[in-house]
Design a protein. Structure first.
Length: 339
């Protein structure tokens, strides 16, 4: 993009459906992110603290600078912002979708195979130079007048960061005096509105195209780094269900393990001395040390047999504590991209 003196690059696209993110700062994100909202909904504006320098915790930030946040209507335009600064979503009604384009940390460690796959799929992979230009497109936060002993130090650090960013912006060909902590491109202009009307009329007449399954799709079957270790394994922590009480079959208990992940690692290791009863059955039980819950781990093909063996006609729901943990883990994955 001309404004950035480089192409906007990214490693990831996060798709959110009806997700009202609470106040947070992204963790799994280098920072510069594009976000756009779609759908038929009311409310759902993004509240963004553009001068958040992360020098204080979120409750203090809200208490001391809550009136300094900016409210952005993502359904009316495209926003470039720093996901590492505090932001949250207003309550909304209706169907709200957002697309977030961002770069994951340590992107330079991606394997050649994964990089080639992503480039073939059309994703513009980031380079160090491109990321420097993108970071320079957003002015560093100047901080807020937060009371406390750290206020002066935080203000000084923010001033140094701003000076450093201006130098980088000048080197990249930008104009430091034009730098802003976020950039917003509204599409509520007459030309765009008219184009949207023509496009809606065209697709209403033509109808939506069917999705064609392509067996040669370059993204099919790629071993991504975070799931590569699960490929071809007979035992995984995804194939589990909960028991209400301690199991009667003591020969199927793996007592030396206190969580499903470690138990699966043991079961998949060809060097492990897996009890013969477990090998024959294709399932076993583990007592979680954290939740004090009994889990049944089963091979995919042995689920029905495992449920029958433990007298279960249908899978029991997970405990409330486990359910809360799973919900928190799912939210944490999305929070890497915000909005």
């Amino acid at each position: 993009m001309g404004d950035f003196h480089t192409e906007f690059t990214f490693t990831s696209i996060n798709i959110n459906r009806n997700y009202g993110a609470r106040l947070h700062r992204d963790g799994g994100n280098v920072g510069p992110s594009f976000i756009k909202a779609f759908g038929e909904f009311t409310g759902g504006a993004l509240n963004y603290f553009p001068e958040d320098d992360r020098s204080t915790d979120l409750p203090t930030l809200v208490a001391e600078a809550g009136n300094k946040k900016v409210k952005v209507n993502l359904s009316k335009g495209l926003l470039l912002f720093d996901g590492k600064r505090a932001h949250e979503v207003d309550p909304f009604e209706g169907e709200r979708y957002t697309l977030v384009f961002f770069t994951a940390p340590r992107y330079w460690k991606i394997t050649d195979e994964a990089r080639q796959t992503m480039q073939t799929a059309g994703l513009p992979m980031p380079t160090e130079k491109a990321m420097q230009c993108l970071k320079a497109a957003l002015r560093p936060p100047q901080g807020y007048a937060i009371k406390g002993a750290k206020a002066a130090a935080a203000k000084l650090a923010a001033a140094k960061a701003a000076a450093k960013a201006k130098a980088k912006a000048s080197k990249a060909g930008g104009k430091p005096e034009e730098m802003q902590p976020y950039r917003y491109w509204s599409h509520e202009v007459p030309e765009r509105v008219e184009a949207e009307k023509r496009a809606a009329a065209y697709w209403k007449k033509r109808g939506l195209r069917e999705v064609m399954e392509d067996a040669a799709c370059p993204t099919r079957g790629v071993d991504w780094e975070h799931t590569r270790h699960l490929r071809g394994q007979a035992w995984t922590a995804n194939h589990v269900f909960v028991l209400a009480n301690e199991p009667a079959r003591k020969d199927l208990v793996l007592r030396e393990f206190r969580n499903c992940v470690d138990a699966c690692a043991f079961l998949n290791d060809p060097k492990s001395a897996v009890p013969k009863a477990i090998t024959r059955a294709g399932y076993c039980t583990v007592l979680s040390n954290r939740t004090r819950t009994w889990y049944v781990i089963y091979k995919k093909e042995a689920k029905e047999a495992a449920m029958q063996a433990f007298g279960m006609a249908a899978e029991q729901p997970r405990s409330k504590r486990v359910a809360r943990g799973e919900k928190a883990a799912k939210e944490a994955a999305v929070l890497g991209a915000g909005g």
